[in-house]
Design a protein around this ligand. Structure first.
Ligand SMILES: [Fe+2]
Length: 294
């Protein structure tokens, strides 16, 4: 495995915020040695039928940061989510911090810029974000050195963010009994996802893994935290030594049966702009529904 600066002796405090409307888990990650923190995968609330956007989930996270007297340094997106809207700019406006995503956002912007016919005013250079992470890039949260690991397959821009002994895997993995996320979105690829999962599983056994989603399979309560060791042993899609061929066959067959996520159209339009809602030519916030394009 590439030379990533793993250090599981650094153990950040991780506070999870579960969004029941989209089954997303957002995190505040606090440097153990200072008041610095990062937010991973925030959520903006939408009533899509009404076209109404609100901020209860983000406000709860903002309140927690303020109550604890923390200083927000990073607002991380593990990828361009297709099932919920990011609240990154709203949180940045209230708390500061830099919004970062993987550098392959350029690919995602190119693909969906065409699908949504965004025209030349939509920049496809990632400039809506403050920082574009490359594989192996390091950054700091207070005194804690963190790094980004490119883990494509679910989407081309997916990154796993490792902060001390806590890794935020986005949709690269689900809990052991949930398996893995779909790999059939534009730019997704099941074989690539398998390879990315192996990169995550090559982290130390004791590494804590934090999921972006959980759906409580088989009626169990929602959970979001596991370890590399548990995933290696028990993940129903890749654990117990399942081969790449087995995974690709299973994933491809399963993906062919899945409906599009309920919020994919508003999510992509907002998230490829780092969480900004697009506007019409008069400057009014406005979302599109491309017909038969997905
Ligand atoms: Fe996703």
């Amino acid at each position: 495995m590439a030379d990533y600066p793993v250090n599981i002796d650094v153990q950040p405090e991780v506070e999870a915020f579960f969004d029941a409307a989209t089954n997303t888990i957002s995190y505040i990650v606090k440097d153990p040695g200072s008041d610095a923190c990062a937010i991973v995968d925030s959520v903006m609330d939408i009533d899509y039928a009404a076209g109404r956007i609100t901020y209860a989930h983000a406000d709860a996270m903002i309140a927690a940061v303020k109550e604890r007297g923390l200083r927000l340094e990073w607002i991380i997106e593990t990828h361009v989510h297709a099932d919920h809207l990011s609240a990154a700019p709203y949180i940045q406006d209230k708390l500061g911090g830099k919004i970062g995503i993987g550098e392959n956002i350029l690919i995602v912007q190119d693909v969906f810029g065409k699908i949504f016919n965004e025209g030349t005013e939509f920049q496809r250079d990632g400039s809506q974000f403050d920082w574009l992470f490359k594989d192996g890039d390091t950054y700091t949260v207070g005194g804690m050195t963190c790094f980004a690991m490119h883990t494509p397959g679910h989407t081309p821009a997916c990154m796993t963010h490792v902060m001390g002994d806590a890794a935020f895997v986005g949709d690269t993995l689900f809990m052991p009994d949930g398996g893995s996320a779909r790999a059939d979105f534009p730019g997704g690829d099941a074989a690539t996802l398998y390879d990315s999962i192996q990169k995550v599983l090559a982290l130390p056994d004791a590494m804590r893994l934090f999921m972006c989603h959980d759906y409580g399979p088989n009626g169990r309560d929602i959970r979001w935290e596991t370890t590399v060791a548990e995933e290696k042993a028990h993940n129903i899609h890749v654990g117990g030594g399942k081969t790449k061929e087995q995974f690709v066959k299973f994933r491809t067959e399963r993906d062919a049966t899945l409906d599009m996520p309920r919020l994919i159209l508003p999510s992509l339009q907002v998230n490829m702009r780092a969480g900004e809602v697009p506007t019409d030519r008069d400057g009014n916030p406005m979302l599109k529904v491309p017909v038969n394009a997905l």
